[in-house]
Design a protein around this ligand. Structure first.
Ligand code: DP6
Length: 360
């Protein structure tokens, strides 16, 4: 019997210039370029076990939400067990994974897939509905796990993956088709994604940073980001948005290159508000904001005029992402704890993208 096991990890990422609205929904081609910071410990681990002699064929995909997280608890005061990927998410990923061997390795890959029994074990290091884009980390991890496990020589694949930005970028192109934002999780810490391809920005001069997520609301969101991409195009602000975001992206790139924290903070604030205004003004308006979000935004706005302001942003959800200079991390941890009493707060830092943990 021949069984092999590949374990990989991919982080989530947080966009400062948002991917919102698609030119082509079937391929997840974005309307505008986006720019994100790759995270480190807020991630998905996927273990793919292949029994190549089993011969059970393509129905033999098992998905087990049982992988104990590899990481020490990100925040010991948070109580969540092994966080789950929901049933709908599992189905979406199973459908996606089935197409991968053919995409990567043609008919031979497809034949290897069809002959083998596959078991996926997954875990996220963050709670569900936490305002962290779990589709970004899950699809990136899934893409990497299948590409590595079904290659002719997984060890050689891993070596190439560690050394070659080209391989990471090729995987990102495929992963994007599963979930757009996942293509920004293969490199880091700063990634620029336009049209088909995402790549690491090598000229950024930002200081060391820390990232907090204030979980003002733990309920699942009612409008998925995939629905939001569609709805925003019905907003009367949509045309203006397309003009604004182009200029803002150029200014953001320049501010990151210069390490100009006040400019990055100012641009990120405007960008997050503009995306949420689209939600609030589309034909069937909706909002992710809760009273806690609004109160939090109001409080955070009072720090934006400081010499070292926080970078504040939100994804398609109610929770607040606050990015600060690393040497202000302790100060901000205390500030956030005092302001958001009893509210869970996750902590992370910039990272360098997906990795292969082990091959057996
Ligand atoms: C608001 O990548 O989740 O987080 O491509 O439909 O899977 P699909 O959408 P998804 O959209 C993320 C949108 C966002 C902004 C961003 O991450 O840029």
């Amino acid at each position: 019997m021949s069984v092999s096991r590949v374990r990989v990890q991919a982080p989530s990422n947080i966009a400062l210039i948002k991917y919102m609205g698609k030119k082509d929904a079937s391929l997840n081609i974005p309307e505008n370029a986006s720019l994100s910071m790759t995270l480190k410990d807020l991630c998905t681990t996927v273990e793919l076990e292949i029994d190549s002699e089993d011969g059970l064929g393509k129905d033999s995909v098992r998905w087990l939400n049982e992988l104990p997280t590899q990481l020490p608890s990100l925040n010991p005061s948070l109580s969540f067990d092994v966080p789950m990927i929901g049933q709908a998410g599992i189905q979406r990923m199973c459908r996606y994974s089935e197409a991968l061997p053919q995409i990567f390795y043609g008919s031979q890959g497809q034949a290897r897939w069809a002959r083998s029994k596959k078991t996926f074990r997954t875990a996220n290091s963050f709670p569900p509905s936490s305002g962290i884009a779990s589709s970004a980390s899950s699809f990136a991890a899934m893409t990497l796990a299948v590409a590595c496990a079904y290659s002719e020589d997984p060890v050689a694949f891993a070596e190439e993956f560690n050394e070659s930005p080209q391989l990471r970028r090729a995987l990102a192109v495929v992963s994007r088709q599963g979930s757009g934002s996942s293509c920004r999780s293969f490199e880091g810490p700063w990634v620029y994604w336009e049209e088909q391809s995402a790549a690491f920005m090598d000229s950024v001069q930002m200081p060391e940073l820390s990232h907090f997520v204030v979980l003002v609301e733990a309920q699942p969101k009612k409008v998925s980001s995939s629905q939001a991409h569609h709805l925003v195009q019905t907003s009367p602000l949509w045309e203006k948005r397309l003009q604004n975001v182009h200029q803002r992206t150029l200014r953001m790139e320049e501010a990151l290159r210069q390490g100009d924290l006040p400019a990055v903070s100012h641009l990120a604030w405007g960008e997050a508000w503009e995306m949420h205004e689209l939600f609030h003004t589309c034909l069937e308006p909706f909002s992710y904001w809760t009273p806690g979000t609004i109160e939090g935004l109001h409080w955070l706005s009072s720090f934006l005029g400081e010499a070292l302001p926080p970078i504040v942003t939100l994804d398609a959800g109610p929770n607040l992402h606050v990015i600060v200079e690393r040497n202000q991390q302790d100060l901000w941890r205390e500030r956030l704890k005092n302001q958001f009493v009893g509210v869970p707060i996750l902590e992370d830092q910039p990272g360098s993208g997906a990795s292969i943990l082990s091959i057996e």
